[in-house]
Design a protein around this ligand. Structure first.
Ligand code: ZN
Ligand code: FE
Length: 244
């Protein structure tokens, strides 16, 4: 499904992607996971946009570092209720099934614990968009810092069930490294090899490899494709040790 929302990629820190979402109807602008404020505010200013909301997926500094400076200009911060004590700028705590809105566009919250204990993702079903933070990456998933492989397996199963045309906006450019591991995990998967040609071309040209889609992840992501908790655990451990 096509969306009339405008989405702008703001590269931040070494490999973060911060996403600006702008609704031309309400003229509202949301920022997802602002690592830092300066490049985000510059990108908004350039377009004449005023950021009214911050949506955080989890407490890590590379996702919340810009909160205070953007909030000081009037934005309201929504993020995981379960991490309220670690996100001091939080205005509204969100749980599974809660929703936030930009103009008339609704984002529903899914709790996806694993990378952090309270990690959430934002699913905009009518716009076919998913802001997946550090839970689902292009050909990867988040490291398990505060959760279990069983939790991440459940997350992957739930996200795999979203419509295939859902555009997935994750928070890091990890695709080349993830893809090199995917080729080891599934050496016979022709879709991985084919995708890596596109990824290498994009990176060589300095272009982001994100967004991806749920359909592309169903075909190429060794974590989304894991058939059991055990297989996901094994792949996560192998990726953590992988130097490709
Ligand atoms: Zn993180
Ligand atoms: Fe991160």
């Amino acid at each position: 499904m096509a969306t009339d929302l405008e989405i702008v990629c703001v590269p931040a820190l070494s490999d973060n992607y911060v996403w600006l979402i702008h609704d031309p109807v309400s003229n509202e602008t949301v920022v997802v996971d602002p690592s830092e404020a300066a490049p985000v505010l510059a990108a908004a200013d350039e377009r004449g946009w005023t950021i009214s909301q911050i949506w955080n997926t989890h407490w890590h500094g590379d996702h919340t570092g810009g909160n205070a400076a953007i909030k000081a200009l009037g934005a309201k911060v929504s993020g995981p209720l379960a991490e309220a004590d670690r996100i001091p700028t939080l205005d509204t705590g969100l749980r599974e099934g809660d929703s936030v809105q930009i103009g008339a566009h609704v984002a529903r919250v899914m709790e996806t614990p694993g990378h952090t204990a309270g990690h959430i993702v934002f699913h905009m079903a009518d716009d076919a968009l998913l802001f997946s933070g550090d839970t689902l990456f292009a050909m990867g998933c988040g490291r398990l810092f505060e959760g279990t492989a069983a939790q991440m397996f459940t997350n992957m199963q739930r996200l795999a069930d979203l419509p295939g045309d859902t555009a997935v906006y994750c928070a890091h450019e990890y695709t080349a490294s993830n893809g090199r591991y995917a080729a080891v995990a599934e050496p016979d998967n022709a879709a991985v090899a084919e995708r890596m040609r596109d990824v290498d071309a994009s990176r060589a040209a300095g272009r982001p490899t994100v967004p991806t889609t749920i359909a592309l992840e169903q075909a190429t992501n060794p974590f989304l494709r894991a058939s059991s908790t055990e297989q996901l655990a094994e792949r996560r451990a192998a990726k953590d040790a992988f130097r490709g």
